[in-house]
Write a protein that binds this ligand. Structure first.
Ligand code: GRF
Length: 202
């Protein structure tokens, strides 16, 4: 299966996928990353892709007349690589109608909180501020909401008294990277169906 991965930052989730595929072999894992897209330049995620010899593309919102034009450009740039699955790994933009028309139902996102708790761009900070005792990460399908699509898998992480946002986020990311690699491999190898809010992987 062909994966396009979308990033906005350090790209450690992308790196985890690349490492797993390199280690197990694309055939055994069931997928290979064919391209990496981003909403901004100058991020480690794009450097990781370039180091892996992968094609990259960048669609910056400010380069387009409006959000819909950006969304269309992102969808077209993604479609050019003919993905079977799109993985949003730390991609910090909400995709729109055009993107979902083409890739809805086969775009997976990873979020650093236990959805439906603490959706949005500051899930780690919000869980900490709320005083949650456990938090974690969620891998889910993207729908037309924000972090609201059908949940595929979740991982739990304890919150420690001494945690600040970055310490907690790093601990979450250790679980998140393993969860994402496992989920993407299963979806690619075994296929899946989405029945309402239920994801079935045979
Ligand atoms: C991940 O925790 C992701 O869930 C969140 O931002 C982080 C991205 O990390 N949206 P990286 O870019 O994969 O290192």
């Amino acid at each position: 299966k062909r994966l396009v991965v979308l990033v906005s930052g350090s790209g450690t989730n992308l790196q985890a996928l690349l490492d797993a595929i390199a280690e197990r072999g694309a055939d055994a894992y069931g997928a290979e990353v064919v391209a990496v897209g981003a909403d901004r330049t100058g991020i480690a995620g794009l450097e990781r892709a370039e180091r892996a010899g992968l094609p990259t593309f960048v669609c910056r919102v400010k380069d387009y007349a409006n959000r819909d034009e950006w969304d269309r450009a992102l969808a077209e740039a993604t479609a050019a690589h003919e993905p079977d699955l799109v993985v949003s790994a730390g991609f910090m933009k909400i995709v729109g109608k055009e993107f979902l028309a083409r890739f809805g139902g086969r775009t997976v996102n990873t979020h650093p909180a236990l959805l439906p708790s603490f959706p949005g761009a500051h899930g780690v900070r919000d869980a900490l501020a709320y005083g949650a005792k456990v938090t974690g990460c969620t891998v889910h399908f993207v729908d037309d909401g924000v972090d609201s699509g059908p949940i595929i898998a979740q991982g739990v992480v304890d919150v420690r008294d001494e945690d600040d946002e970055s310490a907690l986020h790093e601990r979450i990311k250790e679980v998140e990277r393993r969860l994402l690699v496992e989920v993407v491999g299963r979806l690619a190898r075994d296929g899946f169906s989405i029945e309402g809010r239920k994801v079935v992987i045979p």
